[in-house]
Design a protein around this ligand. Structure first.
Ligand code: HEC
Length: 105
């Protein structure tokens, strides 16, 4: 393999790590978002048992705030803590997906 190609592969691998979950894990997380989160927040995130998670509903919330909701849940409500199932990078990725309008595409 030519040296430039090896370098390209190494760089690509580095970018993938910085971008968060692997493509396989991203597909699993998207599934979780639509089917698990969606069971309460609506498959299009427009709300149901839980509040709307559409981008416009979250504009006033900080990333830290949303991360805490996801990782710790809201004790005393139906919102469960997802920390046991998600590592911090995965929870952050879900927040980004919500801000991008996950469920709408
Ligand atoms: C069993 C139902 C249920 C499931 C499943 C669920 N949620 Fe929730 N979620 C709720 C409820 C109910 C609230 C509002 C709790 C309250 O009144 O404080 C909430 C609140 C939230 C909030 C805070 C929103 C705000 O504006 O305060 C976020 C963010 C959130 N959920 C994300 C998620 C994500 C991401 C998932 C999937 C990993 C998920 N939820 C799965 C029921 C659920």
């Amino acid at each position: 393999m030519p040296k430039t190609m090896v370098l390209a592969l190494v760089l690509a691998a580095g970018t993938a790590a910085a971008a968060g979950p692997t493509p396989t894990r991203q597909a699993e997380l998207n599934h979780l978002l639509i089917h698990d989160c969606g069971s309460c927040h609506g498959m299009t995130m427009k709300g149901g048992l839980g509040p709307s998670l559409l981008p416009q509903a979250l504009v006033e919330r900080t990333d830290d705030d949303l991360l805490a909701s996801i990782v710790e849940g809201h004790p005393g409500t139906a919102m469960p803590p997802w920390g046991p199932l998600l590592n911090p990078g995965e929870a952050e990725w879900l927040v980004r997906r919500l801000r991008e309008g996950a469920g709408l595409k």
